[in-house]
Design a protein around this ligand. Structure first.
Ligand SMILES: NC(=O)c1ccc[n+]([C@@H]2O[C@H](COP(=O)([O-])OP(=O)(O)OC[C@H]3O[C@@H](n4cnc5c(N)ncnc54)[C@H](O)[C@@H]3O)[C@@H](O)[C@H]2O)c1
Length: 454
C-alpha cells in the first residue's frame, strides 16, 4: 500500500512517521510545497521540536518514510491520501476572524483530482468545518472520469509536546465514513492501518459529520475547562480562595476529573482559538445564536485572562513599567514544543512593549519563532538564550511557559542581580512560591493571594 500525506507540518510529519514505524510494509510519503520544511525533515534538524520524534523519523527515513516536494507524482502513485494542510482562521471577506480559511484545502482537492489516474481514498486529517467532506467529494467528482474517490474524516487528537506518546498510545482513533459499500470498504482499509498498533476497541467509526464535529467539540470542551478555571482564578484572587485548592477539590469528583484544571495565563496553540471560532461561525450560519454566544465566551475569557495578567503586572509595579526591564521566561504556548502560534506570550509581550517596558525573552526551544512573531517590534524586544542574562537588571520576571527548566534555576543568583523590589509573576503557577518569597521576591500567581514584602 502507498500512503501519501499532503502537508508536512506539526500533524502530517509526526502522524506519518508513526504510521511508517508501525506499518513497515506500507510506503509512506509526505509532501509539502514548503521546500525548506521538506529539506529539514530529511536532515538531523527536524522542522519541529517534539520529544521522541527524531528517533521515530530516524528509524524509518529512507526505509518506508519519504519526504518530497513533488506533490503531483506522489498523488498519482498513492492509494490513500491524507490531507493535513493548514486550515487557519480566515482573515478576509465573509466570516473574517472566525470562519476557517479553506483555500489550501480546496487547492489540494483540485490537485488530487488533476493527478489521479486510479481510485483513491482521501482522508481529512486537517480540522475542518462540519460538512467539508461533502464539498471535497463534489470537487473530486467534478472530473466526470472513471476514477472513484471515497472521502473519510479522521481528525487528529494529538497534543503538541506529547505528540509521539499520543500517537503511540491514543485514547481513541476516530474514523468517519459514508454508509455505502464503498464507504465501508474505505473505512475498513483505514481501520486496517491503525490496527497495526491501536487496540481495536479504541478505533471508533462514525458517520462523516459526527467525526468532523467531534474534533471541533473536543477542542471546544478542552478550552472551556481552561477558561472555566481561569474565570474562577479571578474570583479566588478577590476572595483569598486558592485556585489550586479549588482545582484539587473539584477534580477529585469523578464526574469532573482532574485533568485540564490548571489556572494559567490562558490557552494558546494553533487549534483551540481557531476551532472554537470556527464552531461559533458554524452555529451562527445555522441560526443558533445562543449556542454561538456560549462558545464565543470561552475565547473572550481567554483574552480577558491575558489582559488581566498585564493589568496586574502594571498595578503591582507602581502603575508603570516604562523603561523597566522585564524578563519573559518562556514563549512557546506550552512546554516541550517550539510552537508559538497563538501563545499568550505574544499578546503579553506586545502589551508590555506598548507600556514601554524593555522586554527580554528567553525560551529553550522557541526563540526563533518568537523573533518571527514579534519581528515588527524590532529592537524593542531582546531575545536571550541564557535565562540568567535575561533576568539580569530586570525589575520583574514573568513565567509564560511551564518548561521544567524554569523550576530548577538558581533563583538566589537571579534575585541578587535583579533590580529591587524584584517581582515574579508566575503565569503558570509552576514555581515554588514560598521559597521564592523567602529569597526576597514579591511573588504574584494566578488565583492565589500575593506573597509580597511591600
Ligand atoms: N498542530 C496541532 O496540534 C494539531 C492537532 C490536531 C489537528 N490539527 C489540524 O491539522 C491541520 C494541520 O495543522 P498543522 O499544525 O500541521 O499545520 P502546519 O501549518 O504546521 O502544516 C501544514 C502544512 O501544509 C502545507 N501545505 C499547505 N498547502 C499545501 C498544498 N497545497 N500542498 C502541499 N502542502 C501544503 C504547508 O506548507 C504546511 O507545511 C490543521 O487543520 C490543524 O487544525 C493540528
Amino acid at each position: 500500500m502507498n500512503i501519501l500525506c499532503i502537508g508536512a507540518g506539526y500533524v502530517g510529519g509526526p502522524t506519518m512517521a508513526m504510521i511508517a514505524l508501525k506499518c513497515p510494509a506500507v510506503k509512506v510519503t509526505v509532501v509539502d510545497i514548503n521546500a525548506a520544511r521538506i529539506a529539514a525533515w530529511q536532515s538531523d534538524t527536524l522542522p519541529i521540536y517534539e520529544p521522541g520524534l527524531q528517533e521515530v523519523v530516524s528509524a524509518c527515513l529512507g526505509r518506508n518514510l519519504f519526504f518530497s516536494t513533488d506533490v503531483d507524482s506522489a498523488i498519482a502513485a498513492a492509494d490513500m491520501i491524507f490531507v493535513s494542510v493548514n486550515t487557519p482562521t480566515k482573515t478576509f471577506g465573509q466570516g473574517a476572524g472566525r470562519a476557517a480559511d479553506l483555500q489550501y484545502w480546496e487547492k489540494t482537492a483540485r490537485q488530487i483530482l488533476a493527478n489521479s489516474k486510479s481510485d483513491k481514498i482521501v482522508v481529512e486529517k486537517s480540522t475542518l468545518p462540519v460538512r467539508t467532506a461533502a464539498a471535497m467529494q463534489r470537487i473530486l467528482d467534478s472530473g466526470g472520469g472513471d476514477v472513484k474517490f471515497e472521502v473519510l474524516s479522521n481528525p487528529e487528537f494529538l497534543a503538541e509536546g506529547t505528540a509521539i506518546k499520543d500517537l503511540q498510545n491514543p485514547d481513541r482513533v476516530l474514523i468517519g465514513g459514508h454508509d455505502t459499500d464503498a464507504g465501508r470498504r474505505a473505512v475498513a482499509a483505514l481501520v486496517g492501518v491503525y490496527a497495526h498498533w491501536v487496540p481495536r476497541e479504541r478505533i471508533l467509526t462514525s458517520n462523516v459529520w459526527s467525526s468532523e464535529l467531534s474534533k471541533l467539540a473536543a477542542n471546544a470542551f478542552l478550552a472551556q475547562r481552561v477558561s472555566s478555571i481561569n474565570a474562577l482564578s479571578a474570583l479566588c484572587e478577590a476572595t483569598e480562595a486558592d485556585v489550586s485548592e479549588v482545582s484539587r477539590a473539584i477534580g477529585m469528583d469523578s464526574r469532573i476529573g482532574a485533568k485540564f484544571l490548571n489556572a494559567s495565563v490562558g490557552f494558546g496553540g494553533s487549534c483551540f482559538k481557531k476551532d472554537i471560532l470556527n464552531l461559533v461561525y458554524l452555529c451562527e450560519t445555522y441560526g443558533l445564536t445562543e449556542v454561538a454566544a456560549y462558545w464565543q465566551q470561552v475565547v473572550s475569557m481567554n483574552d480577558y485572562q491575558q489582559d488581566r495578567f498585564v493589568r496586574n503586572m502594571l498595578g503591582r509595579m507602581f502603575n508603570t513599567v516604562s523603561g523597566k526591564r522585564i524578563a519573559l521566561f518562556g514563549f512557546a504556548f506550552k512546554k516541550d514544543t517550539g510552537d508559538t502560534r497563538e501563545s499568550p506570550a505574544i499578546r503579553i509581550a506586545r502589551q508590555l512593549v506598548e507600556e514601554r517596558a524593555q522586554v527580554v525573552i528567553h525560551d529553550p526551544k522557541a526563540l526563533a519563532n518568537a523573533k518571527v512573531d514579534l519581528r515588527d517590534l524590532g529592537d524593542l524586544v531582546q531575545y536571550e538564550p541564557d535565562p540568567y542574562v535575561a533576568a539580569e537588571g530586570a525589575h520583574a520576571i514573568a513565567l509564560m511557559t511551564e518548561w521544567d527548566c524554569y523550576a530548577t534555576l538558581d533563583y538566589q543568583r537571579i534575585y541578587d542581580r535583579m533590580m529591587k523590589p524584584a517581582s515574579l509573576f508566575d503565569g503558570r503557577n509552576r514555581l515554588d512560591h514560598a521559597a521564592l518569597y523567602k529569597l526576597g521576591f514579591n511573588v504574584y500567581c494566578i488565583g492565589k493571594t500575593a506573597l509580597s514584602h511591600l
